[in-house]
Ligand binder design. Structure first.
Ligand code: IMP
Ligand code: MG
Length: 168
């Protein structure tokens, strides 16, 4: 495994994202939708750097088809506990690759009469997009390496590592 982003780089980035989000949403309340399970660690750190009123809930989704590649055909395994109607929603993801998962989620949330919708991701591979999705906040742009740690897994493992590594 090769170290690509250190714990202290993550900490600094999460702090600055939290500040930016707090500034952008000043005077409003924010409703964060975390995409399980990869984004949980990021979300828990991020909300502690947000100083406006915030609520959060989680969605769990699973894509049909090959495990290594996102098919875009997505199934909701866990939905939000409560309606998000008229809320300012921020979707928090661990990583966006083809964009197919996020595209499905964004379209789904848009049918719920929310006030605004933005997207925040820790990691991004923008050149891999197969569908156009708008990402409002991104932490780090990374290359093709499959990455693990800080919530991201390979076969459910390595989520607990504090730095982010490329699997070799
Ligand atoms: P997309 O639908 O192609 O954008 O895939 C996004 C999802 O695939 C993410 O939410 C992750 O769950 C997973 N994923 C993509 N790349 C990686 C990686 O390098 N490590 C771990 N999970 C990944
Ligand atoms: Mg994910």
């Amino acid at each position: 495994m090769k170290l690509i982003i250190t714990e202290s780089q993550i900490k600094a980035k999460v702090k600055s994202l939290g500040k930016r989000i707090s500034r952008d949403y000043e005077g409003r309340e924010l409703f964060i939708v975390g995409v399980m399970k990869g984004s949980l660690m990021f979300l828990m750190d991020l909300v502690r750097h947000i100083d406006i009123p915030v609520s959060y809930d989680f969605m769990a989704i699973s894509s049909y088809g090959a495990a290594t590649k996102s098919s875009g055909v997505v199934r909701i395994l866990k939905d939000l506990d409560m309606p998000v109607e008229s809320q300012h929603v921020l979707v928090v993801e661990d990583i966006i690759d083809s964009g197919l998962t996020l595209h499905y989620l964004v379209n789904n949330l848009r049918t719920r009469n929310i006030a605004t919708l933005k997207v925040c991701t820790l990691l991004d591979r923008p050149y891999r997009r197969e569908v156009d999705v708008k990402v409002d906040y991104n932490g780090f742009v990374i290359n093709d390496d499959f990455v693990v740690g800080y919530g991201l897994d390979f076969n459910q493992k390595y989520r607990n590592m504090r730095d982010i590594y490329a699997l070799e």
